[in-house]
Write a protein of this length. Structure first.
Ligand SMILES: Nc1ncnc2c1ncn2[C@@H]1O[C@H](COP(=O)(O)OP(=O)(O)OP(=O)(O)O)[C@@H](O)[C@H]1O
Ligand SMILES: [Mg+2]
Lengths: 329, 219
């Protein structure tokens, strides 16, 4: 319907109040802008940001720890020490042959003289002649993750058949690393749980705080005959939008933080200190789990806000229409 | 339409504010409810509106025992009763237009279906010039008339008004009374709580007088 107030017809009388009949955009029943609701949005944004950061950090730690385990487990080392009267080169060849023929082994590399020199240089200085030193020969054995060889049999075979051979499957290291990784993951998970608990409580209390200014609205709606469902629905919708605005802001900011961090690490990729960090912490980039988790968190927190407001409305409605002594009793 | 049988009310553990109320409200009737300040007029209206439960006795509303009503059935009963609160209870974040339309809006009606009714009613109570104003900037009398309009918008079968002329000058008060009388002629039962004697003298109607918790009725 359009406003026809200033289009007087020739033969019909002009209604001076015609302009009153114009279409009006109705204000929402739950007031949108209030200090309490801006504060709630801010609190939700901050809590979502912190919870997402925690979630991201925990997934990075978990992934990294898992990475350590598999990297180390993927390789074993065979050492062949020089023994008097035995040809070292022959022994290395024999060890290599045994390992290669073993089921579950995908490849054997003899660490050559040049590499050995590089490895030893920091300790023994440059220009050394390996021929003169009783330096053991190293072989790295790559193993199939899905079908690992029986390491004990391999070890026994090597020791029996090759003089001076020993095998290191990094078991001691690995066990310690696994323990450490598990502790880190468990600790990270506990921190995440605490973070989530405080997020949930903060969101609940902040929502209830923002709701408390609306008691008179609930009361009036109730007295003009609105159904409980209608009232709860209005508030739930309003608070879900508030919550979503806050949690989306916090969550997206957290995702950006991780992206910026990953880019920064990648950019400094050639720096030796960054390389060292990468050895320990992986690439610092969050896995898909972290991103999906953050997005789920955004929606979960918005839903929590909505549900809290709904329950607050329903509980308040329950206290109306009662005699005061019933409330006290 | 409404029947009270031996109804008593007390707040908390105090004395009974209302005792032994036994009366009927007939369809199409008109009554003044009067009594000193603190006599219990507002409490009696709350009983009629089912927003206060009696401590004892029976209240029957539209043929139903009020104590047997489920909470979910209350809105449907409320829609047949219009109420003007002593403190108006308008919502400050809504315009007068939106306040008056609220009872229709919460019933899910489209804005264009009630636009003319709301505007006509606001014109009738003399608020044509503040249709899009917010209640907080209006005078007490203007707010009061808006509250009356909100109670009437859905053509209730029973109108309860708590001191509806308390903030009005005699001319406006008379005009509002005429509105109530007209409404009553079209079939609505009316209960007006007031201690304004000049108002009551203008219209010969049933008087319900509250005195020390007891109700005396002058037909
Ligand atoms: N919610 C309440 N809790 C406790 N006591 C109440 C409550 N409401 C009313 N009372 C008491 O009940 C009595 C009657 O109050 P009510 O408001 O019904 O009187 P009233 O006739 O409407 O007075 P007024 O003319 O001043 O509006 C008063 O003594 C009041 O203190
Ligand atoms: Mg009163």
């Amino acid at each position: 319907m359009s406003d026809t107030a200033d289009v007087p017809g020739a033969d019909q009388p002009v209604d001076p109040d015609m302009h009153l009949m114009r279409e009006r955009k109705l204000a929402p029943i739950v007031p949108t802008a209030s200090i309490a609701s801006s504060a709630l949005t801010l609190v939700i944004a901050i809590m979502t940001y912190l919870a997402s950061l925690t979630l991201g950090a925990v997934t990075i730690i978990g992934d990294t720890a898992r990475g350590w385990q598999s990297d180390i487990a993927r390789e074993i080392t065979i050492q062949v020490r020089p023994v008097e009267g035995v040809d070292l080169a022959q022994s290395v060849l024999e060890a290599s042959r045994i390992a290669e023929g073993f089921e579950g082994v995908t490849g054997v590399t003899v660490i050559g003289e040049e590499v050995m020199k590089d490895l030893l240089e920091p300790w023994l200085g440059s220009g050394l002649d390996l021929e003169e030193l009783p330096v053991p020969q190293l072989l790295t054995v790559a193993i199939d993750d899905d079908d690992p060889p029986d390491l004990e049999t391999l070890r026994r075979k090597l020791i029996e058949n090759v003089a001076g051979a020993s095998m290191d499957d990094h078991r001691a290291w690995l066990d310690r690393l696994v323990a450490m990784a598990q502790t880190t993951v468990v600790a990270g998970f506990l921190i995440f749980l605490l973070m989530m608990a405080s997020t949930v409580l903060t969101v609940i209390f902040a929502t209830r705080g923002a709701m408390s200014g609306n008691a008179h609205i609930i009361e009036v709606l109730h007295f003009v005959g609105a159904e409980r469902r209608f009232i709860a629905g209005e508030f739930q919708h309003h608070f879900m939008m508030l919550g979503l605005r806050g949690s989306a802001a916090g969550g997206v900011l957290a995702l950006l933080t991780f992206v910026v961090f990953a880019i920064w690490i990648w950019w400094r990729g050639n720096d030796p200190s960054a390389e060292q960090a990468a050895t320990f912490f992986g690439s610092f980039s969050m896995s898909l789990t972290g991103y999906i988790g953050t997005i789920l968190l955004i929606f979960a927190i918005a839903a929590l806000t909505a549900v809290t407001s709904r329950f607050t409305v329903l509980r308040f409605l329950g206290t109306l229409d009662r005699n005061s002594d019933e409330i006290e009793g | 339409m409404i029947r009270f049988d031996n109804v008593g009310v007390r707040y908390g553990i105090g004395e009974e504010v209302l005792q032994d109320l036994t009366f009927r409200l007939e369809p199409g009737s008109f009554q003044f409810l009067t009594g000193q300040s603190g006599a219990g007029k507002t409490s009696l209206l709350r009983l009629l509106f089912l927003s206060l439960q009696p401590t004892r006795g029976l209240i029957e509303v539209f043929g139903r025992d009020s104590s047997a009503l489920e909470p979910g059935e209350l809105p449907a009963v409320r829609r047949r009763i219009g109420i003007v609160f002593q403190d108006f209870r308008l919502l400050d974040h809504l315009t007068l237009y939106e306040n008056v339309a609220l009872p229709l809006r919460v019933r899910g009606q489209e804005e264009r279906t009630y636009r003319r009714d709301v505007i006509d009613l606001l014109k009738w109570v003399g608020l044509k010039d503040c249709i899009d104003a917010h209640p907080s900037i209006l005078s007490g009398g203007e707010q009061q008339r808006a509250a009356v309009a909100r109670a009437l918008i859905d053509q209730p079968e029973l109108l309860l008004a708590d001191e509806p002329t308390g903030n009005l000058d005699p001319v406006l008060a008379r005009r509002l009374l005429r509105l109530f009388i007209e409404l009553n002629r079209s079939g609505t039962s009316v209960v007006i709580a007031t201690h304004d004697h000049t108002l009551m003298e203008q219209f010969d109607a049933r008087r319900m007088i509250l005195d020390q918790g007891h109700l005396h009725i002058h037909e």
